[in-house]
Design a binder for this molecule. Structure first.
Ligand code: PGA
Length: 265
């Protein structure tokens, strides 16, 4: 079983004070649930503050995005190297809000993933289909091509072994809508993504974690985590409430104990 990972994506939310409180609460949760990984992705300007809170502890600090360039005259951008220097261990790339609202292409996402790996960050590659694509039976085609764009580039550049990436399956229709994919729907897509990785690198396919994201909350976390293909969750809205986020982390932790007792019983 892969080690579960629950990560909060705060998006463009929070004050200096509320961000500190959320980071402190997540840090406490990460220290008490040692059998899972927990992370937070604050907005860029809160990363240094969060780094002070997580320093030396197990809570993983991540960014929501990084530049596709390494450095130079790119006004407004933040490089993967800078994020690493401020204590980040990972960065999201290709979140659907970046793709749909800011016009990020598959090629941009692939470049960002490469920059992240070069800087020593774990890229969390977000993929997901729109409602129209799902209704047209094109889910696999869409998420397959989003993933391939990144894997093609990483393999062509020989940047690193593929097992250093994480994938987040986030159906666009489930993000922020309260309408989560069912564990079966998500499980099917996760299995498809894993087979896709397996066809290139069977060893990496066993190790790469595939998280689910899209309206994960305290009420559906347990069911989602009981699906063996779901290795954790990328949590948006519910990660802005320390108690809800803690409950999701606790559900992930309990899912380990359940699957252990299933195996022994
Ligand atoms: P949500 O967002 O949990 O609010 O649906 C998930 C995400 O965008 O990562």
């Amino acid at each position: 079983m892969r080690r579960p990972f629950v990560i909060g994506n705060w998006k463009m939310n929070g004050t200096i004070e509320s961000s500190r409180e959320l980071a402190v609460a997540a840090d406490k949760e990460a220290r008490s649930l040692s059998e899972i990984d927990i992370g937070i992705c604050p907005p860029f300007v809160r990363i240094a503050q969060a780094a002070q809170v997580v320093a030396g502890g197990p809570l993983q600090l991540g960014a929501q995005d990084c530049a596709k360039q390494s450095d130079g005259a790119f006004t407004g951008e933040v490089s993967a190297k800078m994020l690493e220097a401020h204590g980040c261990r990972l960065t999201l790339v290709g979140h659907s809000e970046r793709r749909t609202l800011f016009g990020e292409t598959d090629a941009d996402v692939a470049q960002k993933a490469q920059r992240a790996l070069e800087a020593g960050l774990m890229p969390m590659i977000c993929v997901g289909e729109s409602l129209d694509e799902r209704n047209a039976g094109r889910t696999e085609e869409r998420v397959g091509s989003q993933l391939d764009a990144v894997l093609d580039r990483l393999q062509a550049e020989q940047t690193a072994d593929l097992s250093r990436i994480t994938v987040a399956y986030e159906p666009v229709w489930a993000i922020g809508t309260g309408l989560s994919a069912t564990p079966e729907q998500a499980g099917e897509v996760h299995a498809f993504l894993r087979r896709r990785i397996e066809s290139r690198d069977p060893k990496a396919a066993l190790r790469i974690r595939i998280l689910y994201g899209g309206s994960v909350g305290q009420d559906n976390a347990r069911a989602l985590f009981s699906e063996s293909e779901i290795d954790g969750a990328l949590v948006g809205g519910a990660s802005l409430d320390a108690e809800k986020f803690a409950k999701i982390c606790q559900a992930a932790s309990r899912s380990i104990h359940r699957s252990e007792s299933d195996r022994s019983g």
